[in-house]
Design a protein around this ligand. Structure first.
Ligand code: G16
Length: 537
């Protein structure tokens, strides 16, 4: 009898001469060379589920902020976390096996090595963003899952955080940790209700214009709005760049990555000075805010700003609730965090800051060690997580006066409003609105909390980005030899200078970040470091 795994794998042969790596956010590259990878990811997902006694595992087909011709896939653990690192390595090995027989052997070797009973049921949830290649790649995953005999739930189009939510809901259903109803409606109801409770009757000032990067966030936000309180009572939202009928428009001249990298609004933006805007990315797991000030100057409120706003708000509520002695808040950032943001958190908010390598999985792990861990990448990817103890304390604390009762109720609603399985642009966006409404702050007042150091982010194309190796949470290069010393020399030439280079885990490029006392110095430093990288690479 023929082996279904060999058949499925050989139906989607791997292109010759390509090496695949499970990177910052799964496998990500040009969509037309991903078929073989997707079939094998189906096999890995089934094995991972079996290794966890049939818990639901998620497979999300997306390339998030990347251009329309790219695609990718990431695996989600039962509580909605990113895939365990050991399994990332196994996924990479599986993706690079040459043919059906090798893959089938690796599959049974893995089962033997990890004591996985292949008779245990395997359960896998799949979803995809709106890329044109998504339907074909879904077929490839399905072939892998079918060959492995997995039970499959296909949710069709979802944002990445919605898929994480479904996985967590399915695995916690009927337990004391039940996270919600594992349906799209359940998602909208949960976050819509939490938004209403957290607002406490306060109304956001002005409206919010949301650029959806022409991705899956557009239709999903339109749906979510139906579950929010009426706009007259809470928040008026204008949805723009939500054209998913034209997949070639995805992330093009719009979206969170465009806004953050170019430090300007999408060219199509038609808002007036002081209008509050935000941009999601292609799969709605990142959000950045911005506005034009009274002088028509573009002002960005990125992930660092969301982290400082939310950390200070939660800190206030914890204090007001009378819990400051038992709950400590910390902030987790990456090397991309603006130096001024780090200083503000440490010196003004007096909170601890941890720095990790890029990739939400790293930030998430660091945040898990805190009572309340606020983690955001500067690019707008992040969330807040509460430890088990903190959740118990907040749930069971008896308030001593009406002020404490009010703060406790806000904290409880925030816990429900924050998608704790993963950074979620829609939930983060509503959280920011809640904080601004409570503080009665405009975006200008939010911006006034501290002044960002001017900075520049560049992408450098090199022959082989893998030669760029880093240490110290990606802040220093260990290879190519001698390059770090050259960067250090350039940094010393400018005031308040800081710069680093690291290979992207989602694009074929090296990223260069530089900041300094003035815009001219930051731009100059970035350009010089980029030149050094180009020569070394
Ligand atoms: C992914 C990761 C983020 C990371 C970003 C860029 O985001 O989830 O943690 O910051 O890629 O990573 P890199 O600099 O390695 O290319 P997304 O929104 O594209 O999934």
């Amino acid at each position: 009898m023929s082996d279904p795994i060999i058949e499925a794998v050989d139906k989607h042969p791997a292109p010759k001469g390509l090496q695949y790596t499970y990177g910052t956010a799964g496998f990500r590259t040009k969509a037309d060379v991903l078929d073989s990878v997707l079939t094998r990811v189906g096999l890995v997902a089934a094995l991972r589920s079996r290794s966890l006694k049939g818990k639901w595992i998620g497979v999300m087909i997306t390339a998030s902020h990347n251009p329309p011709e790219d695609n990718g896939v990431k695996l989600v653990e039962p509580l909605g976390n990113m895939l365990q690192e050991e399994w990332e390595v196994l996924s990479t090995e599986m993706a690079n096996k040459t043919g059906g027989e090798e893959v089938a052997k690796f599959y049974s070797d893995m089962a033997a090595k990890y004591n996985i009973d292949l008779e245990t049921p395997a359960r896998v949830v799949v979803a995809r963003d709106t890329r044109a290649s998504g339907a074909r790649l879904l077929g490839c995953v399905q072939d892998g899952l079918k060959a492995a005999g997995a039970e499959v739930k296909d949710y069709g189009f979802l944002t990445t955080p919605q898929l994480h939510y479904m996985v967590r809901c399915l695995n916690t259903e009927g337990t004391k940790d039940a996270y919600g109803t594992p349906t799209e409606k359940g998602y909208y109801e949960k976050f819509g209700a939490a938004f209403k409770t957290a607002l406490k009757g306060k109304k956001a000032s002005g409206s919010l214009t949301v650029d959806c990067a022409n991705g899956v966030g557009g239709p999903k936000l339109t749906e979510l709005i139906k579950y929010l309180p009426p706009k007259e009572e809470a928040l008026e939202i204008h949805v723009v760049n939500d054209n998913v009928i034209k997949p070639e428009a995805l992330n093009v001249d719009c979206g969170a990555d465009f806004v953050k990298t170019n430090q300007r609004a999408p060219p199509s933006s038609k808002t007036d000075p002081n209008d509050r805007c935000c941009s999601l990315d292609g799969d709605a797991d990142r959000v950045v805010f911005y506005f034009k000030d009274s002088n028509n100057v573009f002002r960005l409120l990125d992930g660092d700003r969301i982290a400082t706003l939310v950390a200070s708000f939660l800190g206030d509520q914890v204090r007001l609730a009378g819990l400051a002695d038992s709950i400590k808040i910390g902030v987790v950032q990456t090397a991309y965090a603006n130096g001024a943001a780090t200083q503000y958190v440490e010196q003004h908010l007096k909170l601890k800051v941890d720095c990790t390598p890029t990739g939400v999985k790293h930030l998430h792990h660091a945040a898990e060690k805190l009572d309340i861990g606020v983690y955001f990448e500067a690019n707008g990817h992040g969330t807040v997580i509460f430890s088990e103890n903190t959740l118990d304390t907040i749930a069971n604390y008896e308030p001593k006066n009406p002020g404490q009762a009010e703060a406790l109720s806000v904290l409880r609603a925030c816990i429900d409003l924050i998608n704790q399985s993963v950074g979620d642009a829609l939930s983060d966006m509503l959280l920011v609105e809640v904080v601004l409404a409570h503080k009665s702050w405009s975006t200008q007042e939010w911006l006034n909390t501290y002044t960002d150091l001017p900075n520049r982010l560049l992408k450098v194309t090199v022959k082989d980005r893998n030669v760029f190796k880093t240490t110290d949470a990606e802040r220093r290069l260990t290879s190519p030899e001698g390059l770090q010393e050259k960067i250090d020399k350039e940094v010393q030439k400018v005031r308040q200078g800081r710069s680093f280079a690291r290979a992207s885990g989602t694009e074929d490029a090296v990223r260069v970040y530089a900041e300094a006392a003035t815009k001219a110095e930051a731009e100059d430093l970035a350009r010089k470091v980029a030149e050094l990288v180009k020569v070394a690479g």
